[in-house]
Design a protein around this ligand. Structure first.
Ligand SMILES: [Zn+2]
Length: 54
Protein backbone atom coordinates (compact mmCIF):
# COMPACT_ATOMS: atom_id res chain seq x y z
CA UNK A 1 0.00 0.00 0.00
CA UNK A 2 1.17 3.47 -0.78
CA UNK A 3 0.83 6.31 1.66
CA UNK A 4 1.64 9.98 1.66
CA UNK A 5 3.38 11.01 4.81
CA UNK A 6 3.35 14.53 6.22
CA UNK A 7 6.59 15.09 8.08
CA UNK A 8 7.90 18.09 9.99
CA UNK A 9 11.65 18.47 9.65
CA UNK A 10 11.90 20.81 12.66
CA UNK A 11 9.86 18.71 15.09
CA UNK A 12 11.31 15.48 13.61
CA UNK A 13 7.80 14.15 13.74
CA UNK A 14 5.36 12.45 11.40
CA UNK A 15 2.19 14.53 11.45
CA UNK A 16 0.07 12.08 9.52
CA UNK A 17 -0.06 9.21 7.07
CA UNK A 18 -2.70 9.03 4.41
CA UNK A 19 -3.51 6.14 2.11
CA UNK A 20 -3.29 7.36 -1.48
CA UNK A 21 -6.24 5.14 -2.28
CA UNK A 22 -8.49 7.49 -0.31
CA UNK A 23 -6.55 10.73 -0.28
CA UNK A 24 -5.34 12.48 -3.39
CA UNK A 25 -2.72 15.23 -3.31
CA UNK A 26 -5.37 17.92 -3.17
CA UNK A 27 -6.99 16.37 -0.10
CA UNK A 28 -3.65 15.97 1.63
CA UNK A 29 -2.69 19.60 1.08
CA UNK A 30 -6.10 20.58 2.49
CA UNK A 31 -5.39 18.51 5.61
CA UNK A 32 -1.94 20.04 5.83
CA UNK A 33 -3.41 23.55 5.74
CA UNK A 34 -6.26 22.91 8.18
CA UNK A 35 -4.68 20.47 10.67
CA UNK A 36 -1.00 21.25 10.62
CA UNK A 37 -0.89 24.96 9.84
CA UNK A 38 0.72 25.64 13.24
CA UNK A 39 4.00 24.17 12.01
CA UNK A 40 3.92 26.23 8.85
CA UNK A 41 3.11 29.40 10.80
CA UNK A 42 6.13 28.75 13.00
CA UNK A 43 8.21 28.54 9.86
CA UNK A 44 8.82 24.83 10.12
CA UNK A 45 9.82 22.87 7.07
CA UNK A 46 6.93 20.50 6.45
CA UNK A 47 7.41 17.96 3.70
CA UNK A 48 5.14 15.43 2.06
CA UNK A 49 6.85 12.20 1.12
CA UNK A 50 5.95 8.71 -0.04
CA UNK A 51 5.67 5.88 2.41
CA UNK A 52 5.21 2.25 1.46
CA UNK A 53 3.74 -0.44 3.61
CA UNK A 54 2.88 -4.05 2.78
ZN1 LIG B 1 6.92 21.36 13.39
Amino acid sequence: MKFREIYCNNCKKILGRYNTKYYDNEKISEILKSNHSLHIKKGHQVIIRDFFKE
